[in-house]
Every structure is written in structure tokens, then in C-alpha cells.
Design a protein around this ligand. Structure first.
Ligand code: ADP
Length: 325
């Protein structure tokens, strides 16, 4: 089973002619409200491709909370530990200008209630799960509680970019980042990223920050997987101890490039989230990291051909249909 611990937001999308200057009022289009938030997106993506998945998070007692519950449960996600708290459901107000650029204001709201205390209370659902998925739209100390307390494999999607403690990094297997998140983490650590066009070197540099494995996503160029060669790779996951690895030498790293599918991208919102959700399902099914990344790139390729985030994620059936087209 996959357990996603993280954020749920209502995405409030509106088109504007130009960004308002200080003191200015601009008139926008009607607001389109869709279910989002990285955690909820990843759980929905995992559920749609047929994974047994549970979501641990918080929403408010409001219409946005109901919208998220609906979307998650339609995808078959177990909501036993989705709490309704005394705060508005988180929102992301997304303003899109005619050039396609967006400006986003996130109001965390109920996501702030995903506290270490709440996670202690829900430990029975994530503590022993084979795969736990984390992102960074909940308090950092909460991410640390789960990353260090989970006995299963921990997928850490370091998005949006933020500093990670060494204990969280050491637990990540894999650490999943896009290119800008990778640049942030490397700069924050004072590490050299390697030449801009050498994504393999960037993945290796990320591996030296301490995660057990790395997946660097590259948009239309696919992804790079970097893993430390381990003599003990077969050891059962419940025997894993964090921090008992020797830091990898470069020649001990295995780097594999996985190309993206060539598609007509319409809307890349949630591409990374669909990728992470699908990756987690494959890992829980016992796939190698490279195989899991191959499925994840197929799922994300379908997601970018359709509008929206959760609404764009394919079911297993749609994925098979896409593969035969
Ligand atoms: P994020 O959405 O987090 O910024 P990326 O842009 O790297 O992350 O996209 C995540 C994954 O989605 C990529 O690794 C790739 O598999 C897939 N993807 C993104 N954009 C495209 C595209 N234009 N064509 C095909 N696949 C894509």
C-alpha cells in the first residue's frame, strides 16, 4: 500500500490581462475551481493507476474540502485519516496572463494542521506502510517526523523547493526533484551542480547530499535516475536503518536516463505530481526504481496532454489505450 502524507488545496484559476501593480485593481475572468495540492494530486494519480492508496492530511469544513474529498474518493483513495479541521481548506490562487505565465498565491489554511502531533495520532496508517510519499506543502517538522519515523520506503518529492534536513535527505529513496528544485538544493548545500547540460552530473551531485537514490525530472526530456550500487540491495525494507550507509563514491553511482514520451503538451500542471504518484505505486508493487520511473513517465505524458491537474491523470485503462495509439 501507498500512503501519501501531504497537502490538499483548491486551485482557484483565473485569467487576467496583466498582473496588478501595487494599489491597482484588475478585472479577471470567472474563477475555475479545481481540486489540487501536491499531496492530494499524488494520491489521486496513484489511485487512478490502480494503486491501493491512503491520504493523510487536513481540509476545512467547507465547499473546497468537499471538492477534495470527492476527487480523492472517486480515485479510490482511503480517506480514514483525512481530517476536517477548524480552518479553511488550503487554496492556491493561480493568475494566468495571456503569455501563459502564472503567478500563484498559496494560502495553506488547513494544511498547517498537519502537525507532528496529528502525525503521531495517525502513525498507524503511515508508520508501517510499504511506501510513504512526502512533499513540502505541510510544515517541515511534520515532513521530518514521517521521513524519520516511517519503516517503509520513503519517497520525498522536495517541492516546492525548500531546505531539507539531513535526516529527511538520508531517508529519501528516492529524492524526486525537477531541475529548479535540484538547483535550489545544491546551491543551499553549497555543492557544485556540474555543467548545466550534464544532468547526469547533477543527479550524482544530488546523490552526494545523502539520499539513498535520486530521480531528477526534466520535463519533455524525461528523467534521470541515480542510485548508489549497494551490496545489500536485497535486504528486506523493514530492516532498513537510516544513516548506516557510507557516503557513495562517484564510481559507485549508477545513472540511467529515461526518455519522456513524445506528446503534444497542452497543460503541464500536475505533471510532476502524476509522475510521483505513479512511481510510488510501482515501487509498492516491487518494481525497481528504473522500472517505476518508466511507468511514471508514461503516466505524466498522458497528464500533460489534458487540461487541469487531477482531472488530467490517466486511469490504468486510459494508459493502456494511450500506449496502443
Ligand atoms: P514538474 O511538473 O514538477 O515541474 P517536470 O516538468 O520535470 O516536473 O515534469 C515531470 C515529468 O512529467 C517529466 O519527467 C516527464 O516524464 C513528464 N513531462 C513533463 N512535461 C512533458 C512533456 N512536454 N512531454 C512529455 N512528458 C512530459
Amino acid at each position: 500500500q501507498v500512503v501519501v502524507v501531504g497537502s490538499a488545496n483548491a486551485d482557484l484559476v483565473l485569467d487576467i490581462d496583466h498582473r496588478p501593480a501595487p494599489g491597482e485593481t484588475v478585472i479577471g475572468s470567472d474563477v475555475v475551481t479545481t481540486p489540487g495540492g501536491k499531496g492530494a494530486n499524488q494520491a489521486v494519480a496513484a489511485g487512478k493507476v490502480g494503486g491501493a492508496v491512503a491520504f493523510v492530511g487536513c481540509v476545512g469544513d467547507d465547499d473546497h474540502g468537499a471538492l477534495l474529498r470527492d476527487s480523492l474518493s472517486s480515485a479510490g483513495v482511503d480517506l480514514t485519516d483525512l481530517r476536517t479541521v477548524d480552518a479553511p481548506t488550503g487554496t492556491a490562487t493561480i493568475m494566468v496572463t495571456p503569455d501563459g505565465e502564472n503567478s500563484i498565491i498559496v494560502s495553506p489554511g488547513a494544511n498547517r494542521h498537519v502537525t507532528p502531533a496529528m502525525l503521531e495520532e495517525t502513525r498507524s496508517s503511515w508508520g508501517a506502510a510499504p511506501v510513504v510519499v512526502l512533499q513540502l506543502e505541510i510544515p517541515v517538522e511534520s515532513v521530518a517526523v514521517v521521513a524519520t519515523g516511517a519503516r517503509g520506503r520513503v519517497v520525498v518529492n522536495a517541492a516546492p523547493a525548500a531546505r531539507l534536513g539531513s535526516a529527511v535527505l538520508a531517508a529519501a529513496d528516492p529524492l524526486v526533484v525537477n531541475e529548479s528544485e535540484a538547483a535550489f538544493l545544491l546551491e543551499d548545500a553549497g555543492a557544485a551542480a556540474g555543467p548545466a547540460d550534464d544532468t547526469g552530473a547533477t543527479a550524482r551531485a544530488l546523490l552526494r547530499l545523502g539520499p539513498r537514490s535520486v530521480v531528477l525530472t526534466l520535463g519533455a526530456a524525461g528523467a534521470v535516475v541515480a542510485e548508489t550500487r549497494r551490496a545489500d540491495a536485497d535486504r528486506p525494507s523493514d530492516d532498513v536503518r537510516v544513516g548506516d550507509e557510507v557516503p557513495p563514491a562517484d564510481d559507485a553511482a549508477e545513472v540511467v536516463r529515461v526518455p519522456a514520451l513524445r506528446v503534444e503538451a497542452v497543460d503541464t500542471t500536475g505533471a510532476g505530481d502524476s509522475f510521483v504518484g505513479a512511481l510510488a505505486v510501482e515501487l509498492a508493487a516491487g518494481a525497481t526504481l528504473e522500472r517505476a520511473v518508466r511507468l511514471a513517465t508514461r503516466v505524466a505524458a498522458v497528464a500533460v496532454t489534458r487540461r487541469g491537474a487531477q482531472t488530467s491523470f490517466p486511469t490504468l485503462e486510459e494508459l493502456e489505450r494511450a500506449a496502443t495509439q
